[in-house]
Design a protein around this ligand. Structure first.
Ligand code: A1EHT
Length: 105
């Protein structure tokens, strides 16, 4: 069995919202859906690989791109339009995604 991942990266501009507890979910593709509820994960900036904080994974749930709504945007601490724009840039032509929810530890 593969070990649960212990590191996650976020775009640097989003990390203050993760560290302050304002952003409580992230939406990723299949390659990043292997986080395990109850495990602790270190948060780093994507661009500069600087450690930001520690989080505990609460849940990982599949979602279709077309199902992303205001409720997710609120938890992402982003406007819905902006959220969908970012996701389409990072994961072009990917319908199957995963909502990873977490809390600060
Ligand atoms: C390799 C890597 O770090 N990738 C990503 C992928 C996504 N995100 C953010 O997650 C949310 C849903 O996609 C949005 O808020 C995105 O901006 C991120 O910060 N970094």
């Amino acid at each position: 069995m593969k070990a649960a991942p212990t590191k996650i990266t976020f775009f640097e501009f989003l990390t203050p919202f993760v560290a302050s507890g304002k952003k409580t979910i992230t939406i990723r593709d299949e390659s990043e859906c292997h986080y395990v509820p109850g495990t602790q994960v270190e948060v780093f900036t994507l661009e500069t690989d600087i450690k930001v904080c520690d989080i505990e994974i609460e849940s990982v749930n599949p979602i279709q791109f077309s199902e992303i709504n205001e409720f997710h945007a609120e938890q992402e601490y982003l406007e819905l339009g902006r959220l969908k724009e970012i996701i389409s840039e990072v994961y072009p032509n990917t319908e199957q995604l995963y909502v990873i929810s977490y809390k600060l530890v």
